[in-house]
Design a protein around this ligand. Structure first.
Ligand code: ADP
Ligand code: TPW
Length: 579
């Protein structure tokens, strides 16, 4: 008896299993956090990962865990890990996987799945779904591991696929049986791969750099557009140096705000509608000419008709060689990683670069001053009830006083107004709905932002937007995260004023319960709720949240007639075109 127990322990300690190898493979590659939701077959994986010192953050819905993982990827350049159960859990996480791929964020969705032999014969297993096939079209890459000795390779391939080249979402399918498979521990350890240089530098061709500089040199009205790829690249000093040494005005896309402080004199953000049609040479740095930039043509760019070219010539710096010419002709594509490309441009520029013509800079400055003065007037108003402007003037001040705070933003008007009113001062502080304009990222982003950066998080949420992930306020409270959520509450999707055209008892599809108290929701979980009907109350509540670092939700009551349908993209509504 006395000797039997240690012998068993020794025998067991020489075996490893699938659970252990997944954890070891992630840890070996520096991954220490999992965003997920437990259940069959991954509950033990979450337990054992926690026991092994990983941070395992559990959510109330996989979609929020997925969005958290996706934005953790954006913030860290390391794939964010979302872990889900099979079929329904997997599908709940899939939205975030697609979001990661579309936004070029590195993320790995790891889902447990049911038994292959039953799934493939469609014999009706528990949570039966061919997950790999479903994930593939939405992911940058998708892999399945069937044998414990292949876990190391599977994880390595997933990491490389997620972060190399243009980053994206990767799916890793782990069938239930894999976790319990045992293999010799030493062989298991040997099978693991520590990925060397997962996102290799991609240095641009010298002739591409030369072509770009020549085009830029001849410009009379040059403009730089910084996109979230530039923010992701973490080449902050190089980018700032390029902007300042060339003296070219720049526009930050929403998640590139703060790459240089929004108060920078070369920022043309307040003169956007002037510079886009006027510019003659535009250098895109980590920004695509998709709908957010009106596809590089049409009236926004000074084209005569909706699809006409405005005459600009484009330089595009991007890691994807396929991106150029996707919407309009790119005269000077520079393919490579942004740090390498910008460094090469800086080397080519040398010290004698002539600043853009003074006329161009003066014209922009004039527009800017006029627009900023006009905005200041609007922001100074103190209407009752509050409107977006009077509430966001407070938010602007609180963010200015806390420039390291992370800023999460979703909604329609809540998004558009905050983007233009709230200045950002540091890189990668602003995270929002991204390329798809997706609602529901809010609370997942808040959790990841707090966990990754350990900074205060401020989330500005439309009331509809907030509802998509509202239950995660419990998650904020459970982990006691320093998150201050402000719900700009105007009683509905966009506004709360629609009426049922048929006159029946149901309210209009865009209308919510009037006077809802979102602040009570967080109180249910021990967080701080505040109800603000004036800018002064909002300011007090936000300042207290930042001071205390306690999870806080401020229900900020906004005039339900304020804002417009769909915010700034009303024109995309097919019905609005009809009339
Ligand atoms: P935004 O929405 O801010 O305009 P997009 O998401 O449209 O930005 O564009 C980001 C672009 O940045 C993508 O085309 C992507 O390929 C590119 N990108 C991402 N990371 C890098 C990097 N490290 N180096 C170069 N390009 C990058
Ligand atoms: C996943 C469509 C775009 S904006 C929005 C919806 C539902 C909410 C607008 O109301 P909110 O904002 O948040 O109260 P505000 O400031 O104007 O009052 N489903 C998904 N994504 C999108 N984009 C939608 C629906 C939508």
């Amino acid at each position: 008896m006395g000797t039997a127990e240690p012998q068993v322990a020794t025998a067991q300690s020489q075996l490893s299993d699938g659970f252990q190898l997944v954890i070891d493979a992630l840890k070996l590659n520096g991954i220490d956090t999992i965003y997920g939701l437990p259940g069959i077959p991954i509950t033990d994986l979450t337990r054992r990962a926690q026991a092994e010192g990983m941070r395992v953050l559990s959510f109330r819905h996989e979609q929020s865990a997925g969005y958290a993982a996706s934005i953790a990827g954006f913030l860290t350049q390391q794939p964010g890990i979302c872990l889900t159960v099979s079929a329904p859990g997997f599908l709940n996480g899939l939205n975030a996987l697609a979001h990661a791929t579309v936004n070029c964020f590195p993320m790995i969705l790891i889902s447990g799945s049911s038994e292959r032999e039953i799934v493939d014969l469609q014999q009706g297993d528990y949570e039966e779904l061919d997950q790999l096939a479903v994930a593939r079209p939405l992911a940058k890459a998708a892999f399945r591991v069937l044998q414990a000795e292949d876990i190391g390779v599977g994880v390595a391939r997933a990491i490389r696929a997620a972060v190399s080249g243009r980053p994206g979402g990767v799916y890793l399918d782990l069938p239930a049986k894999l976790f319990a498979q045992t293999i010799d521990a030493a062989a298991g350890t040997r099978s693991l791969i520590k990925v060397v240089d997962p996102a290799p530098k991609q240095v641009p061709a010298p002739e591409a750099v030369k072509r770009a500089l020549e085009l830029l040199k001849g410009a009379r009205k040059p403009l730089v557009i910084l996109g979230k790829g530039a923010a992701y690249a973490q080449a902050d000093a190089e980018i700032r140096s390029l902007i300042e040494r060339t003296g070219i005005p720049y526009l930050p896309m929403s998640m590139a705000k703060g790459l240089l402080p929004d108060t920078h004199e070369q920022s043309a953000a307040a003169a956007r509608s002037y510079v886009l049609p006027e510019a003659d040479v535009v250098m895109l740095i980590g920004a695509r000419l998709n709908w957010l930039l009106a596809h590089g043509k049409g009236k926004t760019w000074g084209g005569k008709g909706a699809k006409d070219w405005g005459g600009q010539r484009f330089i595009q710096i991007d890691i994807s060689p396929q991106e150029a010419d996707s919407n309009v002709r790119i005269d000077a594509p520079v393919v490579g990683d942004i740090a390498s490309c910008v460094s090469a441009l800086l080397a080519g520029i040398g010290s004698g670069w002539a600043k853009p013509p003074a006329e161009w800079l003066r014209a922009i400055q004039e527009r800017k001053s006029k627009n900023i003065a006009k905005m200041a007037e609007t922001l100074a108003g103190n209407p009752s009830p509050m409107n977006f402007h009077s509430a966001l003037a407070v938010v602007r001040d609180v963010v200015k006083a806390n420039p390291d705070a992370m800023f999460v933003n979703e909604g329609a008007n809540a998004l558009d107004f905050a983007r233009s009113i709230v200045d950002m001062y540091r890189p990668r502080k602003r995270i929002d709905v991204g390329t798809w304009g997706i609602m529901g990222v809010g609370m997942g982003y808040c959790v990841a932002a707090a966990v990754v950066t350990r900074q205060q998080v401020i989330a500005i949420e439309g009331d509809s937007a907030f509802g998509f992930s509202g239950m995660e306020v419990e998650t904020l409270c459970r982990y006691n995260l320093p998150v201050c959520v402000v719900v700009l509450n105007n009683n509905g999707v966009y506004r709360g004023t629609d009426v049922n055209p048929a006159g029946g008892p149901d309210v209009a599809p865009t209308v919510f319960v009037k006077g809802a108290r979102y602040d009570k929701l967080i109180e249910a979980f021990g967080g701080v709720g505040a109800h603000a009907t004036t800018p002064a109350e909002l300011r007090r509540a936000m300042e207290e949240a930042v001071r205390s670092r306690r999870p806080t939700l401020v229900n900020a009551v906004i005039d339900e007639t304020a804002g417009t349908e769909s915010g700034r993209i009303t024109s995309l509504n097919p019905s609005a075109k009809k009339k």
